[in-house]
Design a protein around this ligand. Structure first.
Ligand SMILES: Cc1cc2nc3c(=O)[nH]c(=O)nc-3n(C[C@H](O)[C@H](O)[C@H](O)COP(=O)(O)OP(=O)(O)OC[C@H]3O[C@@H](n4cnc5c(N)ncnc54)[C@H](O)[C@@H]3O)c2cc1C
Length: 246
């Protein structure tokens, strides 16, 4: 239940409001407004901060935290695989409100975009009172308390390399049972991430796929998911390495 609403004009003001114990940050609001909870909260709406936009220096691409998912889909500065994963995240009505920061804050267990950002080894810039720090996205998903009292200002990914994604779902537009995405940097390093094999999107060591212990549900048993993981990982790794061993 929102009892106070603020729309700060500066990052400093937003950070000060966010330090309140009952503060809830609102970006696109598609997740927060769907379930604001029963406790009284102070809403801190980021929409008037200048945090949206996509820019690249050729080596890395910086995506502002309040950039809408539809803007990712439409940007030719964003790698094609991530554009497609953003498109698959939600219908266009939601994509025109939902943001990159909100996707990380929501940490949906089956988010394909989060898996893509993990494969690209994304770093997230967090601003808090008196400091700004960069964290690996993986670190934030492991420990969401890092977001307490902080505002995500941007997400950075490498601009170069080669990426591929593949999935198996009950229907083409259903959430995948298992999805794999891989990125190979220009230095030859390869990173694989998946959904449907753990409680959240995870980075997977290609040599350890046989040791995965996926959840089992009405869409697929653990054994079926493990088999899918092996097949899908092989496909995306073969695509990004051009058939070379990764
Ligand atoms: C019909 C529908 C379908 C959906 N389908 C999917 C789906 O397929 N996959 C999926 O992953 N999600 C899905 N969602 C959930 C949600 O829409 C997305 O996760 C969305 O990307 C959230 O973005 P937002 O900007 O609206 O977040 P908000 O609702 O504004 O915020 C979400 C969380 O992130 C925090 N947050 C937001 N921005 C920041 C910031 N800059 N700094 C710190 N914290 C921040 C908020 O405090 C909150 O905890 C769906 C939602 C709906 C209503």
């Amino acid at each position: 239940m929102i009892t106070q609403y603020h729309r700060p004009l500066t990052l400093e003001e937003a950070i000060a409001l966010t330090s309140r114990p009952d503060a809830v940050i609102i970006a696109g609001g598609t997740s927060v407004n769907a379930d604001p909870g029963r406790q009284p909260v102070t809403a801190v709406d980021l929409q008037s901060l200048d945090l949206a936009g996509i820019e690249t220096d050729g080596a890395s691409t910086r995506i502002g935290a309040t950039t809408r998912l539809q803007d990712l889909v439409d940007s030719n500065l964003v790698p094609d695989v991530l554009r497609d994963l953003a498109r698959r995240e939600a219908p266009n009505t939601i994509r025109n409100a939902a943001t990159v920061g909100g996707t990380i804050g929501t940490a949906d267990p089956e988010s394909e975009l989060l898996a893509g950002l993990l494969a690209f080894d994304a770093t997230v810039t967090l601003a808090r009172a008196g400091s700004t720090a960069e964290h690996d996205l993986n670190e934030i998903l492991d420990d969401p308390t890092l977001l307490n009292g902080a505002i995500m200002t941007s997400v950075s990914i490498p601009s170069n390399g080669r990426a591929a994604a593949d999935r198996t779902g009950r229907t083409p537009m259903d959430r995948p049972i298992v999805m794999a995405v891989a990125h190979r940097g220009n230095d030859g390093s390869v990173r694989l991430a998946m959904t449907g094999v753990a409680a959240r999107p995870v980075v997977v060591d290609p040599a350890q796929i046989a040791t995965l212990d996926p959840p089992s549900d009405f869409r697929g048993s653990a054994d079926y998911r493990k088999n899918l993981a092996e097949v899908l990982a092989d496909r995306v790794l073969t695509t990004v390495t051009g058939g070379e061993p990764s």
